[in-house]
Design a protein. Structure first.
Length: 395
């Protein structure tokens, strides 16, 4: 039996119509425009950008981002870091907590491996136990004969997400001193990410939320520097708020990742006038498999796209029939399509229906490959097959 990617490789050079359904399709032209707009935004505001690769989980796309000017990438899992490093990505930040000894040993091994490749690994911490465990793992790796390495460490402060991170202020400063105690660790700065703010719908709400983040960052940084602790970098931000962090003067690194694909949930935000005009670049191609009097059924259920941020939006590419449709959950393998207006027209049996996923990150994680197309969804052709290298890398 042929590997599952073999039929996909044969698609290269063929029209988009040849792509079987359901399939995750990447509009490479739109993605490239998004990439260019982000690179220009970062240059204009004189900030680094380190996009989250947990969104696309692809070493090829991570390399493309770095070629465009990204200083490196972020991941959330040790396994994601290992897989991307094996794919040639050598500047990686695990913007998450790792405390299990077995995982810390893997982190240390990867830090030394990247050092040997003239790369670097960074990680976030929010506990003294995490700092001690990391230092022990780094020392053990060095004692085993690994290339000497120092790992960059960011103290994570909770700026409103209510997830990981210590309180801003004195507690964060004490943790930074603990990092400085270990020769194998280098204090790199502060991790300050407000995930909830990314999806506040109005630009005003997002700006107000990040104003509070900036106050926490500035107060913590001032305390650290008053005690002789150098804060090289303050990192954070997402696609929803990046204009706020970039303009704040408090952040010098942006972690926005979803801008590259732009899902339906981010598109539901009121656009801040200062934000680049990012386009949708990720779609699920589906086909109508059944038609009834008041609805149609397509072959893309929630095994094909994540629904944690809501149902996908029906997309009408240029040149496609102007059908106003809404998507409703039909279960694992089916999507229910209804006319947006009562009595409106429905697609016909066999028609193609394009869906914009509600949340790009977990949607990508449902697929082994993305089919990259150029020339548009209606009349373009398959340009390449992009492997989702870190699919399922949850450890």
């Amino acid at each position: 039996m042929k590997p599952p990617h073999e039929p996909l490789k044969k698609l290269v050079g063929h029209p988009v119509s040849a792509i079987d359904t359901p399939a995750l399709v990447l509009d490479l032209d739109a993605m490239q425009r998004n990439l260019g707009r982000m690179a220009e935004f970062a240059r204009k505001h004189e900030v680094r950008w380190r996009p989250h690769a947990k969104m696309h989980k692809s070493a090829a796309i991570a390399r493309l981002q770095m070629q465009a000017g990204a200083c490196g990438v972020c991941v959330q899992k040790t396994a994601e870091a290992e897989i991307l490093a094996a794919g040639g990505v050598h500047d990686i930040y695990i913007s998450n907590q790792v405390v299990a000894p077995a995982k810390l040993a893997r982190v240390a091994a990867l830090a030394h491996l990247l050092a040997a490749e003239r790369g670097q690994l960074a990680i976030a911490v929010d506990s003294g136990e995490g700092v001690t465990g990391l230092a022990q793992a780094m020392n053990a790796a060095r004692a085993s004969g690994a290339t000497p390495a120092v790992i960059a460490v960011f103290v994570e402060i909770d700026v409103g997400q209510g997830r990981c991170g210590v309180a801003p202020g004195a507690i964060a400063v004490a943790l930074a001193h603990e990092v400085r105690r270990h020769a194998a660790l280098r204090l790199a700065g502060l991790q300050a990410y407000h995930g909830k703010a990314q999806h506040l719908r109005s630009a005003r709400e997002r700006r107000e939320a990040i104003a509070g983040v900036v106050r926490d960052v500035q107060a913590t940084r001032a305390l650290m520097e008053a005690q002789g602790l150098k804060v090289e970098c303050v990192t954070g931000a997402g696609t929803g708020t990046l204009v706020c962090e970039a303009a704040s003067g408090a952040f010098n690194e942006l972690q926005a990742g979803s801008f590259l694909f732009m899902d339906a949930d981010y598109a539901a935000n009121e656009r801040d006038p200062a934000q680049p005009n990012f386009e949708h670049a990720l779609f699920v191609k589906s086909q109508v498999m059944s038609v009834a009097a008041d609805h149609a059924v397509c072959d893309a259920g929630h095994k094909s796209h994540a629904i944690d941020s809501g149902m996908p939006r029906v997309h009408l590419p240029e040149g496609a029939p102007r059908l106003a449709l809404t998507y409703h959950n039909g279960g694992d393998e089916h999507g229910i399509l209804r006319a947006a207006e009562p009595g409106g027209p429905l697609p016909r049996l066999g028609d193609t229906v394009w869906l914009i996923p509600g949340h790009c990150d977990p949607t990508v994680n449902l697929h082994d490959f993305m089919v990259g197309v150029r020339g548009g969804l209606a009349h373009g052709q398959v340009d390449r097959i992009v492997r989702v290298d870190a699919r399922g890398a949850a450890s």
